[in-house]
Design a protein around this ligand. Sequence first.
Ligand code: HEM
Ligand SMILES: *[C@@H]1O[C@H](CO)[C@@H](O)[C@H](O)[C@H]1NC(C)=O
Length: 325
Amino acid sequence: MRTALVCLIALMAMQVMVPGSSSASLKVGFYKYNCKEAETIIRNTVAKAISKNPGVAPGIIRIYFHDCFVRGCDGSVLIDSTSSNTAEKDSPLNNPSLRGFEVIDEAKAKLEAYCPNTVSCADILSFAARDSAYYGGGINYAVPAGRRDGRISIAAEVIQNLPPPFLDANQLKDSFARKGLSLDEMVTLSGAHSFGVSHCSSFSNRLYNFNATHPQDPSMDRNFAAFLKTKCPQVSSNDPTVFLDTVTPNRLDSQYYKNLKYSRGLLTSDQTLESSPLTAEMVTMNAKNSKVWSAKFASAMVHMGSIDVLTGRQGEIRKKCRVVN
Ligand code: HEM
Ligand SMILES: *[C@@H]1O[C@H](CO)[C@@H](O)[C@H](O)[C@H]1NC(C)=O
């Protein structure tokens, strides 16, 4: 009986140490003893950058999503391409639309001066995403840390792991489920589209060539479509950007869900959350209760931040976030 109990405890302890399932080993306050000011340095760097350009906040939160969904939250999205490797950064889903890398570089440079070889790029990005939620939406939360940096970044893996904007609610559900995130977390995290911008090319099919019988997506408000057509001409040499949320474009808030109720979601993947019976009720709840949504957003960001992390002796602490050591 007693041996059985000891065995059970030993088994449970082993479970925690299985590589790959290492989210349990991330810890709040991870740098408390070896780089005390790490989180403050990052927060101040992010604050300064956002005060100059509010677009940095949505930029960094999106980089974080794109990091975590491809090879886990290991900073692989931060690595530059080389002559022998096209990195994630240069996938068409990331280049030219991801922005804010220079803020991560700046935080890293300061941290290398203050406590060299200690704070991973993956953790810097995780803290910076939290700080972006704080300055963009007053959403604050503790970030479990201890991620290590990956050494592999492959452009082709991006499209295999990140959902494209034309998916419907069912497909989005599957895409997030593959990363261990729930349907409610998918709807909650989509609320990040309450700030920042999108290039016209990510949704212009909804304005001009929806399908054989409907040139314009009937699930989009007509006035909204007319407005977007002025910003996104059918023929244009460049690819302009528009705000994802025209009501509060620089604020991370639950306005996004209210827009969906008025058929003013920008991407197909946004409006489908309102038009699909699978998620419609969640949209209504989030539209009604911004405090509940904010709290759910914080938890979902923490959960997303645990996807396939490297910990312990895995990976490395990069010296520069753009290059492997
Ligand atoms: C549900 C599936 C999702 C799809 C299909 C999707 C797709 C997109 C697309 C196409 C854009 C515009 C890119 C461009 O053309 O410039 C965008 C922007 C953005 N996405 Fe998502 N996204 C999704 C989920 C998320 C999640 C989970 C987050 C973070 C928690 C996020 C954060 C953002 C932010 C903040 C922007 C604005 C970026 C900026 O202003 O630079 N998205 N997304
Ligand atoms: C075009 O889209 C509309 C609205 O979603 C739909 O009712 C119609 O059946 C579609 N037509 C074709 C040819 O796919």
